[in-house]
Design a protein around this ligand. Structure first.
Ligand SMILES: [Zn+2]
Length: 140
């Protein structure tokens, strides 16, 4: 009988952990089959490394600190401009608050508009589908 022990399949169960892809669209949590596994699936691993690369290509690495600051600013704008079930804010105001929309690392497709929502922690932004001078802010 021939045995292949090069890649023995582990039957160990590891505790559920968060998927490191911030824009994980599979629930954000998974049960790893290997203790080194950082993402719930191959797609999340690819997306996360693409996001990291595009952030690096912009010449600036997005720090957690910056994301938290942007989240705070977006929270403030969200409260101020939320009206009739939507929060549309003039692009000028976003720029005035010094939010650099090119920098944000994680995003997810909005199936309703077929555009990307760029997420910080609790808040995300999307270009207005009908008026490019507006940005829509979403809250998770
Ligand atoms: Zn994931």
């Amino acid at each position: 009988m021939e045995k292949n022990n090069k890649h023995p399949r582990s039957n160990r169960i590891y505790p559920t952990r968060p998927c490191l892809n911030k824009a994980c669209s599979y629930g954000g949590k998974f049960t790893p089959h290997d203790k080194r596994q950082l993402y719930c699936c191959v797609q999340c691993r690819i997306n996360a490394s693409n996001d990291k690369r595009s952030a690096l290509n912009n010449g600036k690495f997005v720090s957690e600190k910056l994301l938290r600051r942007y989240d705070q600013i977006l929270s403030k704008l969200y409260k101020k401009y939320f009206k009739d079930d939507v929060c549309a804010v003039k692009l000028d105001i976003i720029l005035h608050e010094e939010i650099d929309l090119r920098l944000l690392t994680s995003d997810a497709l909005n199936a309703n508009t077929n555009q990307r929502i760029r997420w910080m922690y609790d808040y995300g932004t999307e270009r207005h589908p009908k008026d490019e001078s507006f940005i829509i802010i979403y809250k998770r």
